[in-house]
Design a protein around this ligand. Structure first.
Ligand SMILES: *Cc1c(COP(=O)(O)O)cnc(C)c1O
Length: 377
């Protein structure tokens, strides 16, 4: 089905920051499957983990525990400080699960409260409920009727949130950095204010870290940089390092699913969980996240210089999730020209170019990217 406009290239190989098509042409990849390949293309750690696991056990059924799922749940719980984990296969599925979990919690604890406050330009996935939670204007009329129960307010506006809260509000759901919305970080006051409001009004705070989590910002989770703790956390993209893996994580208090409430045929399968364990072991290895932070500030510096040289509007973002802001709506043209020059970048908004390279991207690869981007501009 024609669900995407794709160039003619057929990709056959990848290594680190480089992707190769069937004609042998190489592309410098600063998209990495939309921030999915946190360790770059075909990293040795994930190859080894999957090779070993595929010979041992692929899927015993979600009706049983398996060793990889237990190990991965332990890593998620230890690093996040939360208590309960449900593994799934995509970010949308994790968020769909978060919506269900909150509604069940509201039924038990808040007189059936079931409404969510979500944000303009937010993105939570492509199932009907997660599309309903998202704030993409182009989706407003698509696939109607949507799932009811989502009130959308402007991002980084605490007053708007406060006045939208009612007795029916069960949760506030946001991305710490709106990725698809154009790389817009939540301010510290906003995130801390939301935590306070949630507690005051007996609502759950759901933080969608599908894009910002797993080392992307230089911390394992972006929420920790705000000094707050969510009630529910969702993970995807980077947690599998390229394979379909995601997680719904919650505090013990919000963990109200009972047997039969939630499930899925592939959920928690050891083949994908083994990849997740390899990702965690790598990003938690000594010095890894320090290097991400150093690389990120190098990227910011280089983008800022480029912006100054071309009279652009500077950068936005955190860690290795950054945007270069354009003075006009030529994002799509820049992306198309970059592709011709063998550089993969993307434009989440017409006036912004987004960079989400491998967390292991080197300075010389950043230099090469800047050089090609300079030519495009
Ligand atoms: C990509 C993304 C999703 C959806 O994840 P899928 O794996 O594509 O379903 C949800 N939330 C955020 C913040 C994302 O960036």
């Amino acid at each position: 089905m024609k669900t995407a406009v794709r160039p003619d290239a057929v990709m056959v190989k990848g290594e680190g920051s480089w992707l190769e098509d069937s004609t042998g042409r190489r592309y410098l990849d600063f998209v990495q499957g939309w921030a999915v390949n946190c360790l770059g293309h075909t990293p040795i750690e994930i190859r080894n983990a999957i090779h070993a696991q595929v010979d041992r056990l692929i899927n015993p059924s979600p009706a049983f525990y398996n060793d990889q799922m237990i190990q991965l749940a332990d890593l998620v719980a230890k690093t996040s400080g939360l208590d309960s984990v449900f593994f799934c296969n995509s970010g949308a599925e994790a968020n769909e699960g978060a919506i269900k979990l909150a509604r069940k919690w509201g039924r038990i604890n808040k007189n059936g409260a079931h409404r969510f406050i979500t944000f303009e330009n937010g993105f939570h996935g492509r199932t009907l409920a997660t599309m309903s939670a998202s704030g993409k204007p182009q989706w407003d009329q698509l696939f109607e009727p949507k799932v009811p129960g989502f009130t959308k307010v402007p991002f980084n506006n605490l007053l708007a949130v406060e006045s939208a809260i009612t007795d029916d509000t069960v949760a506030i759901m946001l991305e710490p950095i709106q990725g698809e919305g154009g790389v817009i970080p939540a301010s510290h006051e906003f995130m801390m204010g939301l935590r306070k409001l949630s507690t005051q009004h007996q609502c759950l705070l759901i933080v969608d870290e599908v894009q910002s989590g797993i080392g992307r910002t230089g911390s394992v989770y972006a929420f920790s940089e705000y000094g707050i703790q969510p009630d529910i956390l969702t993970l995807g993209k980077g947690i599998g390092g390229g394979v379909p893996l995601a997680a719904l994580v919650s505090t013990a208090q919000a963990s109200v699913f009972e047997p039969g409430d939630q499930g899925g045929t592939y959920n928690g399968n050891p083949l994908m969980a083994a990849a997740g364990v390899a990702v965690f072991e790598t990003i938690l290895s000594p010095g890894f996240l320090d290097t991400v932070r150093l690389t990120a500030s190098y990227l910011t510096d280089q983008l800022t210089q480029l912006s100054d040289a071309h009279g652009l509007r500077g950068t936005r973002g955190t860690g290795l999730l950054q945007a270069l802001l354009l003075p006009d709506d030529r994002g799509a043209d820049v992306v198309a020209r970059a592709l011709e020059l063998g550089l993969l970048i993307n434009s989440p908004r017409p006036n912004a170019i987004r960079f989400m390279p491998s967390l292991r991207v080197s300075r010389s690869e950043i230099d090469e990217m800047i050089d090609r981007l300079n030519q495009c501009l």
